[in-house]
Write a protein that binds this ligand. Structure first.
Ligand SMILES: N[C@@H](CCC(=O)N[C@@H](CS)C(=O)NCC(=O)O)C(=O)O
Length: 324
């Protein structure tokens, strides 16, 4: 695990000393948008028009943020239009590492892609990255924005009609996202990376207060927002699917398991069972990454054997829709 300082790689762990033992996530740096005609998006600069074969996605199957982009690539029919390269599960002294030089840039490490895009880049070398092969740069390294681009930029090329960010639900989706991002998606990291008891207790309480609230919400509605699957559901899903296998034990989020929540667990299974989604879930990569990459949390690197998860059991979520 490391960080780039003026384009140079330094092997160092997160600094939590200046924040009272609290893990504080940094903002993503590359914020351009792919759009149907190359017009500028809500941030960054224009010139990134949707074209088949032009863009490449770098991911880790272990990473919940990258996982969102893999799900959208799959569900929006973008697999033939946007290539993907994945790193190996362990993130050690060189950060994210490719098993062999990546076919687009010949990189051995993800940090080299950041330096190629910006030779004086300072910051973390995170996945996902959306790379533009034409301008030889990073379009975006912010998953929440990459999934919005995937949701609509290529629709005229793919003919996809599914919309995970429909205009009539946007306000509510954003409200739900905001809560889930801070308390659940990033909440588990705040719990796991805390280095004081107080910071941990604060974070773990927030995780479970929010899961309790979501359990209640999903007891009377099938999906988080409206009566259909939206990006809010996919953003929650990538944290839920890692929860019992990793966050309960490795990040000490052990007040309850997702399995202990009847509605949340059935909801998670429904999403897992959506066509194509199971192929984006690599539980071995997930477990190997977390337990093996964070030596400050798990010095032996031993990967726990369990838990046994039955993700293909019937979910019966259609009953909730009928009751509502
Ligand atoms: N805000 C970013 C966060 C991405 C992120 O933190 N990815 C993690 C993997 S789960 C990473 O690459 N970490 C490497 C590091 O922090 O050095 C996003 O959502 O795209």
């Amino acid at each position: 695990m490391g960080v780039l300082v003026d384009g140079e790689w330094k092997d160092t762990w997160y600094d939590t000393k200046s924040s009272g033992g609290r893990f504080v996530r940094k903002e993503s740096a590359f914020r351009n948008w792919m759009t149907p005609d190359g017009a500028a998006g809500p941030s960054g600069e224009g010139g990134f028009g949707a074209e088949a074969g032009r863009y490449h996605l770098y991911v880790s199957y272990a990473c919940p943020w990258a996982h969102r982009t893999l799900i959208f690539r799959k569900l929006k029919g973008l697999e033939d239009l946007i290539g993907v390269s994945s790193v190996t599960p362990l993130m050690l002294e060189n950060g994210w590492t490719f098993a062999s030089p990546d076919p687009v840039n010949g990189a051995d490490y993800v940090w080299q892609l950041y330096v190629k895009a910006d030779p004086t880049y300072s910051g973390r070398a995170t996945v996902p990255i959306l790379w533009d092969t034409k301008r030889q740069t990073i379009v975006s390294n912010e998953s929440s924005e990459i999934i919005r681009m995937f949701n609509s930029a290529f629709d005229s090329l793919t003919g996809s009609a599914v919309d995970f960010y429909p205009p009539d639900l946007r306000t509510e989706i954003q409200q739900v996202n905001e809560i889930i991002y801070h308390s659940v998606n990033n909440g588990v990291y705040k719990s796991g990376f805390a280095t004081t008891q107080e910071a941990y207790e604060e974070a773990v309480a927030d995780v479970f207060n929010t899961l309790d609230m979501l359990e209640d919400r999903l007891s009377h509605q099938r999906y988080l927002v409206g009566n259909r699957l939206t990006e809010a559901d996919w953003r929650l899903f990538t944290t839920l699917i890692r929860f019992d296998a990793v966050y309960v034990c490795h990040f000490k989020c052990n007040i309850r398991r997702i399995q202990d929540y009847p509605h949340l667990s059935a909801y998670m299974r429904e999403l897992y069972q959506v066509g194509g989604v199971a192929e984006t879930v690599d539980m071995d990569a997930i477990k190997t990454h977390y337990y093996g990459s964070h030596a400050t949390i798990n010095p032996t690197g031993i990967v726990p054997a369990g838990p046994a998860l039955d993700l293909i059991r019937p979910h019966h979520r259609d009953r909730i829709a009928k009751a509502a």
